[in-house]
Every structure is written in C-alpha cells, then in structure tokens.
Write a protein that binds this ligand. Structure first.
Ligand SMILES: [Zn+2]
Length: 400
C-alpha cells in the first residue's frame, strides 16, 4: 500500500507488457483494435506497450497494404522472424523430437531422432539436445535467439527439482534429468515436465481445451497418463506426482503392469493391450491405421479398448467432475472410431450429475501436444515478465 508510485507504475507496465505478449502468443497476430478490445487497455497504452515490445524484438507491427475498408487500416501486431524462441524436447520411448518453437507456438525447425541402438538413455538425450541446437538455429532467422528449453518426458517428474523418480516405459529410475540436460546446455534455463501434464497445457492454449477450465487430458502412448487442469490451473499434487491414471487399478486380477502392480488402466487401454487384443499382428501404428479404415479385426480390438477407456473415464468423472476429457496419442483413434462404446461404458458407473456435464473430444494438436506443452513451459518466464526474462538471460550469458 505504501509503495512509492514509481515502483507501482513499473509493476503495472511490466504486467501489461506480459498481457499484450501473451495475447499474441495465444491468439496469433491481431490488429491494434483487436488488442485494445481484448486487453481492455486504452488505444494509447496499447501503442506504447507494442512499441516497447517491438524495441526488444518480441513483436512487430505492420500496416496492411491494399484492403477495401473505409478509414485508416489498423496496424497488425504479431511475432517476427527474429523474435526469441524456445527449444522444446519431446522424449518418447522410440524417438526424441527436438524443435525450435516461436512465440505463438509455431514450430520453426525440428529434429527427429529415432533411438538407433537400444533404449533412450538420459545421458544420450542430453547429448542429442546439445548436438541438435546448432542445426535448429541454422534453419531459422540469424538474429533469433533461444530463451529457454522445455522437456517432456513420459514418466513421473518431481515438481521443483525436475528429477524423474520413475519412467517405467523408458526403464529410468531416479534420474536427475533437469540437472543432466542443464549441464549439457548451460546457457539456457531448462525445465522438465510430464508428457500428459504438458499436453493439457498446449491443448488449453491452442487446442480442443481452449475456453475450458476443468479438463483432463488422457494421453495414450506405450503408457497412459493424465494431465489435469482444475479451475484453469494444473493439478500437480504435493510433489508434482499427481495424474498417474494409468496406474489406477481396474482389475486386481488383470495383467501384470510395468509398475509392479496388476490390472492397471495402462494394461487395458495402453499399447500393450492393443497388441494383446490383435495377437501381436503389426505395430500399434498399423493397427490404428487399420481401425481408421474400418478393418474388422482392428475395430474389434479398438472397441474392447474403448470399453475399458469408458470405465476409466467414469472414475475420472466421479473423482474430478471435469467439463472436458481430451483423448490424445493412441486414445485419439479409440475415441474417434468407437466413441459410442466409450460413452456406453461411461454411462453406467458415472454419477449422473457429473456425467451430464462432461464432454469427450479428440485432441487437436495430435502428436505435437507434449512438444508444444514443453514449449509453453519454457516460455513461462518470458510470458510472465518479458523484460525481466530477457535481462536475466543477457546477464547469464555475459557470465560472472
Ligand atoms: Zn501400473
């Protein structure tokens, strides 16, 4: 209350700079008039803020030529080719994707490495990331520079340390992942998150979950995980370990799970279930493609999976009362091909009030959900305080 006015003014200015940058990040290029309307700030304030963000190379402003409108055309504000970008990494069991992602979530360049010999190791990933940075940079504007690095991992991630206590499908135990990658890429702030936790963030900003505040994203890859938003905020739990829907138990007498338990959700709706149901004929991708084409044996397997998925969704509905469940990875195909089966299995056990409120949707960002969520994680500081983040980075790069 007794803060000197100058400090308060500076805090408001920084808050509003972040507001304008976030608006462009979420909505893409906008006219000054649209920015004014959506931010609730005055025209002249918007003018000043946009000028300051342009000075720092964060945005550009252009006057559209041509057009048939009456009166002065409104300036268009958007990201520019030399705007700062982030490096996003999506680690999966069979491949690692490393990408340069710009403001607005645009993937500017991408490096995909299949795990050539044997499994993905933490040290291997750290090395791959460091090796990929020059080629990512070479593919984009010379003056663009990275401001952060976000990593998606299919495992449990500790919230404050970026340690991975357990990534069953990678065979990782107690890996200091953030620390390892930070050592390989010392000039960029590194943050690490769980794949489903990150996918729900990107779907919320750019995908099917836009405008929804209570969302569960179910991601099926080899494992099955959930990213949860309640009241627009991530639900993480005390240590960041919440959302392991894949290891809730559907049937204690069911098949053994990687985690050491039996009959986990993952053993009924994950890739292993699909392979079991089709007696190992073809890869998961082959089976999903066949189901997309309506091939009967693949469809039969998908429908069995859909029932288990519906029962899983019922547990989620009763526990969390979401407005929306988004289905990603292999579960996207299960929903789009067998939604009636999912809904029928959901109807029985779900309590009616919560059942009526929930909508089921396929993800919109496809395989890039976790990657774009990792980008969103890395953009966090810039979108919270653009000038502060740029200043911190230039100090860090200048060294002690
Ligand atoms: Zn399990």
């Amino acid at each position: 209350v007794n803060q000197p006015p100058a400090v308060r003014q500076d805090a408001i200015r920084r808050h509003n700079l972040a507001l304008v940058l976030r608006q462009i990040h979420v909505d893409g290029a906008l006219t000054r008039a649209e920015l004014t309307q959506r931010s609730g700030l005055s025209r002249s304030t918007i003018g000043t803020l946009v000028a300051e963000l342009s000075d720092r190379d964060l945005l550009s402003e252009s006057v559209p030529t041509g057009g048939s409108g009456v009166g002065r055309p409104s300036h268009v504000v958007g990201p520019r080719p030399d705007s700062p970008y982030v490096v996003a990494v999506d680690i999966d069991v069979t491949r690692v994707v490393i990408a340069a992602v710009g403001i607005g979530g645009l993937v500017q360049s991408r490096h995909v490495s299949a795990a050539p010999t044997g499994p993905v190791t933490p040290e291997g990933v750290a090395g791959q990331i460091a090796d990929a940075l020059p080629s990512l940079q070479a593919a984009i504007d010379d003056d663009a520079r990275p401001v952060g690095l976000g990593v998606s991992v299919p495992g449990v991630v500790e919230r404050f340390t970026g340690r991975v206590p357990f990534a069953p499908n990678l065979g990782w135990h107690d890996v200091p992942l953030q620390q390892l990658i930070q050592a390989a890429v010392p000039h960029l702030p590194v943050s690490v998150g769980n794949d489903a936790d990150l996918a729900v963030l990107s779907e919320h900003v750019w995908g099917s979950a836009r405008g929804f505040e209570d969302v569960v994203y179910l991601l099926g890859r080899i494992g099955v995980g959930a990213g949860i938003l309640t009241d627009g905020r991530p639900l993480r739990g005390a240590g960041g370990l919440a959302g392991e829907v894949g290891h809730t138990v559907l049937d204690p007498a069911g098949p053994p799970c990687h985690c050491g338990s039996r009959g986990c959700v993952e053993t009924f709706v994950g890739d292993a279930a699909l392979l079991r149901l089709t007696h190992g004929e073809g890869s998961v991708q082959d089976i999903l493609r066949a189901a997309d084409q309506g091939e009967p044996a693949a469809m039969a397997a998908v429908e069995v999976l859909a029932e288990a998925l519906g029962r899983t969704a019922a547990n989620i509905v009763n526990l969390l009362n979401p407005q929306l469940i988004v289905f990603g990875g292999s579960l996207r195909t299960v929903l789009t091909r067998a939604q009636a089966h999912v809904e029928a299995a959901l109807d029985g056990p779900a309590l009616s009030g919560a059942r009526e409120m929930v909508e089921l949707r396929p993800c919109l960002l496809g395989e890039d959900g976790p990657l774009l969520g990792a980008a969103q994680l890395a953009f966090g500081p810039l979108l919270t305080d653009p000038l502060g983040a740029l200043d911190a980075l230039s100090h860090e790069m200048a060294g002690p």
